[in-house]
Design a binder for this molecule. Structure first.
Ligand SMILES: [Zn+2]
Length: 467
């Protein structure tokens, strides 16, 4: 009787989520490592990619647990893979996505075999350990755990959880998410998507923050073309196109676009200012996050010394290619520089070009737009998905802050946001700058403790948002 009363009370008092049993994390961590090792050992360097063996591995692993799967071969050796855990339909689905391809390696610069998935001193080494097979494995483990710990225990998910593994992310994405959206849109329809693209940063030895990318800069390509009189190089001309281009580039190089603190960036610096270890930078972050223009400017001046922080505060202009001239004794009639301009979301490329034209103030300098990027709306950083990521992170490490993040790089998530999905980019493995820099570099590795941390965050976030 006493037992009965106690059981009844527990049922009433303990909320649904808490009643769900926590997974056996020791076993889950080992299983995640095993899957990551298996997938690193399948060389999916792109080009050529050859992701099909990884997709088959995912297919058989998930099928063996009774999970619905869809494997497509959009081109020989390439694969698009989708798996689904059905919810009760009361909420719209959530997508967990990662890519199967990796960038190539410079074999002789590695101290280990990049495709052997060796474990050494608490790290798992291998191409893709961070980008993006680490997250692929954590996503896979999340699916397995949700099946075993939720569905097989007779509980329900409030929304479908869709697992997507893409090909060709590192080389344009022709066989990846774009292919799925075009050919099987019904399989990838969702309210939320969790993708790569954020950061989890260890600063001065301590896991400090998890940055969730909810918006991104837009990349454009613009040619600056100078024209002038041509002729024999033996007779110097004041109208020389190369000198003209040089004068224009000198002005553009000195130019700084106006400060523009987006809502995501304000929140990013506001939260970081509470925990950032260095005092003057901490103050600068608080200044930028304030609403007083003079304080914002003061803070931005201090943060300008950190290029990645400066880049989220204004549009950025990088000169990337220069060309002109045909031979050493001829003054050419044209010289050209290519600029990569990254505008903040919602900012106008045309306004930037207008500012540059005024600045250069030369009718013989033309600005030609070669490629105009697509601007996508920001995903809401107060949505249930964002909150779920934040709660899941704090459940693993209460000291960490979770901040929204405007990435300077462009990702697949923009494509999803344009379709009306709320997409979020994470890289949930705590890393210091050194380990993070190995991404696309040599001796790429993930700390095993960070892999475990990230798996818990992803599982916890999906468990919460699909509750
Ligand atoms: Zn990637």
């Amino acid at each position: 009787m006493r037992f009965f009363v106690f059981a009844l009370m527990s049922a009433v008092l303990v909320p649904n989520a808490a009643r769900a049993q926590e997974p056996d994390w020791t076993a889950a961590e080992q299983e995640t490592i095993t899957h990551l090792q298996a997938m690193i050992r399948m060389n999916t360097s792109n080009p050529p990619g050859n992701e099909l063996p990884v997709a088959r591995y995912l297919d058989s692993t998930l099928k063996a647990e009774g999970i619905e799967t869809h494997l497509f071969e959009p081109a020989p050796g390439r694969a698009a893979f989708v798996a689904r855990l059905a919810g009760n339909g009361s909420k719209q689905p959530v997508i967990l996505m990662a890519h199967m391809d990796v960038v190539g390696v410079e074999h002789d610069k590695w101290t280990v075999d990049p495709f052997a998935a060796i474990i050494r001193d608490g790290y798992l080494y291998g191409r893709g350990a961070i980008d993006d097979k680490g997250m692929l494995s954590a996503n896979l483990e999340t699916m397995l755990l949700l099946k075993r710990n939720v569905i097989d225990r007779g509980q329900t998910l409030s929304r479908d959880v869709i697992f997507v593994a893409n090909s060709d992310e590192e080389a344009g994405g022709d066989w990846g998410m774009g292919w799925l959206i075009k050919n099987h849109p019904e399989l990838v329809k969702a309210e939320f998507a969790l993708n790569e693209g954020g950061r989890t940063r260890i600063v001065q030895g301590k896991p400090l923050y998890l940055a969730v990318q909810n918006t991104e800069k837009v990349s454009h390509v613009v040619d600056v073309v100078a024209t002038g009189a041509g002729g024999h190089a033996s007779v110097p001309l004041a109208d020389n196109a190369i000198f003209r281009l040089g004068r224009a580039l000198a002005k553009i190089g000195e130019h700084r676009e106006p400060l523009n603190v987006k809502p995501t960036t304000r929140e990013f610096f506001l939260e970081l200012s509470k925990v950032w270890p260095e005092r003057s930078q901490r103050q600068a972050m608080a200044d930028v996050a304030s609403t007083a223009p003079a304080r914002q400017q003061r803070g931005a001046r201090v943060l300008a010394s950190i290029p990645v922080f400066d880049a989220v505060l204004r549009n950025g202009i990088s000169a990337v290619i220069i060309s002109g001239g045909i031979r050493s004794n001829v003054i050419p009639v044209e010289a050209k520089a290519t600029l990569n301009i990254r505008t903040l979301p919602g900012a106008s490329l045309d306004s930037t070009i207008a500012r540059l034209k005024t600045l250069v103030n030369d009718p013989k300098i033309a600005f030609n737009i070669v490629e105009r990027g697509d601007d996508a709306p920001a995903s809401d950083f107060r949505s249930p998905m964002f909150t779920a990521i934040a709660d899941a992170t704090r459940a693993v490490d209460p000291a960490m802050v979770v901040v929204p993040y405007l990435s300077t790089g462009a990702t697949d998530s923009a494509r999803l946001r344009m379709l009306g999905m709320q997409a979020y980019g994470i890289l949930p493995f705590p890393m210091d700058q050194n380990d993070e820099d190995r991404m696309h570099g040599n001796d790429e590795r993930v700390p095993l403790a960070s892999l475990a941390f990230g798996t818990k965050v992803i599982y916890g976030a999906i468990r919460r948002v699909a509750q």
